[in-house]
Design a binder for this molecule. Structure first.
Ligand SMILES: [Fe+2]
Length: 373
């Protein structure tokens, strides 16, 4: 980056610096001292701090600062000189850090075309793989075509991204009708829109649903953008939106050798007030008796939310074909399926999970090479 003049000023032990975006920031001396990038203070290989920042004297002060092109040398009261690169300092000072929530696209039933990727390309092409993960990040789902319709072929895709999240149900699990179903997934029933496994901690971040056979009558997949639904609730009923962010239902799964429990609001906000996660599980949620007035708002709000989720105006329908892999963001997407008629054909899917940080990590590493973030 071309260097431009940077003004610095030291007063009362603090550094004030004028940044290239025109902003002026006064910086705490310990904030600067513990970020000193020199090889004595930070390991050049791991980037981790070598300096024992917890023991720095609380009265550490900045005594001098020299700006020179794209560098600022800061001297501290302990005599240490920190050679800051202006780029790194400005990145650390960015008030609004970029994250996975940036420039996402919320959508309704009019989304067309649906986000797609071609595994025959993405499996060997990291730019195409990055594009696939960006589609997933921005739309909360992507249909990956041409994943061999073979029993464990989904693992080939998983392995290109990160470690599979194993659960008490194992790694890759069957989704097909079986006689002794322990979950409604394993029946021919329709499944209303839901998020998976809100009783786990952490809640599984992504669902990989791979279609092997789907020639029974019915069985279409449905997906709804939970963030779009949250926007709609907030726009039409702000009080109800608030109740959905405040009341924390419990979610529970119990069988002979497993007890899983977690809780969380149907609409969870991040520390910037943006929706970070939605939950919906008609079979496993339970609220405390609590304040009846609050529950009154909550139940109205939940009804508004489920009405919207079931409204065709917000729902996409499509039928997965053998070789299609539907990857879904389980913190944002509600997914379901239409019922299907046994005897008209077969429906066999294979499903597994991956944690959010694994998908996020692969996307960010690929972005170093192919993208901005
Ligand atoms: Fe599910």
């Amino acid at each position: 980056m071309t260097a431009t003049a940077t003004r610095t000023e030291v007063a009362n032990g603090r550094l004030t610096v004028a940044l290239r975006d025109g902003s002026v920031r006064e910086l705490h001396p310990l904030w600067l001292r513990e970020r000193c990038p020199c090889a004595e203070c930070h390991d050049p290989k791991t980037g981790q701090r070598l300096l024992d920042a917890w023991s720095l004297p609380l009265d550490t002060a900045v005594t001098d600062a020299q700006a020179d092109g794209d560098r600022i040398e800061v001297t501290f009261s302990d005599g240490h000189v920190a050679p800051f690169a202006l780029d790194a300092l400005e990145a650390a000072l960015a008030t609004r850090k970029r994250d996975e929530r940036d420039d996402i696209v919320t959508w309704d039933a009019s989304l067309d075309p649906i986000p797609e990727a071609d595994w025959s390309v993405a499996k060997d092409d990291s730019a195409a793989l990055y594009d696939m993960l960006e589609q997933l990040r921005r739309h909360a789902f992507v249909v990956v075509r041409n994943v061999a319709p073979e029993i464990d072929a989904v693992t080939e895709v998983v392995e290109r991204i990160g470690p599979m999240r194993r659960t008490n149900w194992g790694g890759v699990a069957d989704v097909k009708a079986i006689p002794d179903a322990f979950d409604l997934t394993m029946t021919t029933r329709a499944l209303e829109p839901h998020t998976d496994n809100p009783y786990r901690e952490p809640v599984p971040g992504y669902i990989f649903l791979h279609c092997l056979v789907n020639d029974a009558e019915g069985g279409d997949s449905t997906v709804t953008d939970g963030f779009r639904i949250a926007e709609e609730v907030q726009r039409t009923a702000p009080e109800e939106f608030e109740a959905l962010t405040q009341v924390r239902p419990d979610f529970t799964y119990v069988d002979d050798d497993t007890i899983l429990e977690n809780s969380g609001p149907l609409i969870e906000l991040d520390d910037r007030g943006r929706v970070r996660q939605v939950r919906m599980s008609n079979r496993t949620d339970a609220v405390d008796a609590g304040d009846p007035d609050l529950l009154d708002r909550y139940y109205r709000a939940r009804r508004r939310m489920t009405d919207l989720v079931n409204d065709p105006a917000f729902q996409l329908h499509f039928k997965l074909e053998p070789g299609d892999l539907l990857i879904m963001d389980n913190y944002r997407l509600f997914h379901g399926r239409a019922g299907y008629k046994p005897g008209t054909g077969h429906r066999h899917m294979r499903q597994c999970y991956m944690d959010r940080d694994s998908v996020g990590s692969r996307r960010k590493v690929l972005a170093r090479e192919h993208g901005q973030r």
